[in-house]
Each structure stands twice: as structure tokens, then as C-alpha cells.
Design a protein around this ligand. Structure first.
Ligand SMILES: [Fe+2]
Ligand SMILES: [Fe+2]
Length: 252
């Protein structure tokens, strides 16, 4: 396995590792994002067992000990499994996550105390980079779920939202981002379908992001608001059919 590096927005780097054995024959990517600034932030730690690969990849951009912040979407192995390995090599780094995730998991799991982020709170990374944490509970999964939004580039670090299979290009300008997301959801059933899911994703559409940085798939440049509304439509279709199935089961 190798980790490929691409700059997907000004000062935001995608570190991508393709694993052909997951969902063969298409395979699956795991992506981390480095946001440069006076206080560099990495979004996702990668799997613990991939840490040596990711550490060596990061070193091609900056010395790992310069990392200052470690963020992620929700508590799960690919999102934050290597957190303590990163904290060990980056003595100035602090984990940062929402209130729920810190109370439920990080207060125990993380080797150093985390910064607890309120919904909408911004970390100023310096050099114009500002990263906002937004709570998205249970969306797509995880009680503690959230996303980060880098304001100066309009980049939504959207974690597992829009997950797709395969090893596409690092960056796609336009094109279909919904069809591949529907295929992956149908296959993995990874989302915790809940009544608020559509509204939660529509709320993100109000940011009108210019770039969507997918954890599993290519980054997308285009009308992020339209893409998020289309994703919300699909999840509302799924939750509506779930409700209908319950009504029918009760009536039977
Ligand atoms: Fe996840
Ligand atoms: Fe993930």
C-alpha cells in the first residue's frame, strides 16, 4: 500500500491510501486531510495499523512533530484509531472534538486532554485558516458525529458523508457525487438512518461549500450546497420508506 498526497484546496492536503481488499473488486480509500497554518490541523488520524504509512506520508509535507491539532468526525477506528500514536510523535498536538465525543470517549481514550468544541466553535489555525466544528449527531453515524469546515477555502471536511467505493482521482471538478454515494450506502448500510438526518445535512448545505473533502472517495469541487441537498433528499427517501415499512408491519 502507498499513501498518495494531493493539495485539494489552498493549503489543504489529502493523504489517501487505497485498500484493494475492501469491497473488491473496486476497493476503498481512506483519506486524511492536513490543514496548514501556524497551528497545522489533521482531520482523521487513520487506522492505528496504518500509522507508520501515514506518518511517513505526512513527513513529505511537514515534520509530524509540528502538528498542533487532531480532529475527526466521530469515534471509530479509521477516524481516530491512531490518535495516541500521533500524540506521541507530536508533543504539541491536542485532540479536538465535540462535547459528546469528549465526554463519552476521548476523556478515557486520548493520552492527552482534548479541547472540547461547542457546536459552531472555531479553531483559528493562523495564516488565515479557520476551522469550524459542526455537530451532526448520528449523521451519518455516531452519537458524537460532527464535521469541520475550513472557512477561507470553503472546504467541508465531511468525513463519511458521500462515501464511495474505488480509487478515483484526488479531486473531481463537478460530475456525479450522489450516484456513487447511493451505491456505497446500499452496499454498506453504514448510516444510522434517523428522522433528523435530512435536516442535519440540509443545515450543512447553508455553508455552500466550494469543496467537499470526502474521507472515502475523491474530493469534489463544485456546487456543494446542491450536492448536500441531493444527499439529504436521498436519506429522506430512505427514512420515509423505513417509516412506511413500520406502518405496514403494524397494520399487517
Ligand atoms: Fe465512520
Ligand atoms: Fe470513515
Amino acid at each position: 500500500m502507498e499513501t498518495k498526497i494531493s493539495e485539494i484546496a489552498d493549503g489543504i492536503y489529502r493523504l489517501s491510501t487505497y485498500v484493494p481488499d475492501i469491497a473488491p473488486p473496486t476497493g476503498f480509500t481512506f483519506n486524511q486531510f492536513l490543514v496548514l497554518g501556524d497551528e497545522p490541523l489533521m482531520f482523521h488520524t487513520g487506522l492505528r495499523k496504518m500509522f507508520p504509512l501515514n506518518r511517513d506520508a505526512l513527513r513529505r509535507i511537514l515534520p509530524p512533530e509540528r502538528l498542533r491539532w487532531i480532529g475527526f468526525g466521530h469515534f471509530e477506528a479509521d477516524e481516530c484509531g491512531a490518535m495516541n500514536e500521533w500524540l506521541a510523535v507530536a508533543p504539541q498536538a491536542t485532540p479536538a472534538h465535540g462535547q459528546t465525543g469528549c465526554l463519552v470517549s476521548l476523556n478515557d481514550f486520548a493520552d492527552r486532554a482534548a479541547r472540547v468544541l461547542n457546536d459552531g466553535e472555531v479553531i483559528d489555525l493562523g495564516r488565515g485558516k479557520r476551522v469550524r466544528f459542526i455537530d451532526t449527531p448520528h449523521t451519518p453515524h455516531g452519537w458524537d458525529a460532527g464535521v469541520m469546515y475550513e472557512e477561507s477555502t470553503g472546504t467541508l471536511l465531511c468525513g463519511d458523508l458521500f462515501t464511495q467505493l474505488g480509487d478515483g482521482p484526488a479531486l473531481k471538478h463537478g460530475g456525479d457525487i450522489i450516484g456513487p454515494a447511493i451505491v456505497a450506502e446500499d452496499l454498506f448500510k453504514y448510516s444510522a438512518l434517523c428522522p433528523d438526518m435530512g435536516a442535519t445535512i440540509r443545515n450543512l448545505a447553508q455553508l455552500a461549500p466550494r469543496t467537499l473533502a470526502l474521507m472515502h472517495g475523491p474530493s469534489f469541487v463544485g456546487d456543494g450546497a446542491a450536492a448536500l441537498r441531493a444527499l439529504a433528499d436521498d436519506y429522506e427517501r430512505r427514512t420515509a420508506s423505513q417509516r412506511l415499512a413500520i406502518v405496514e408491519a403494524k397494520a399487517a
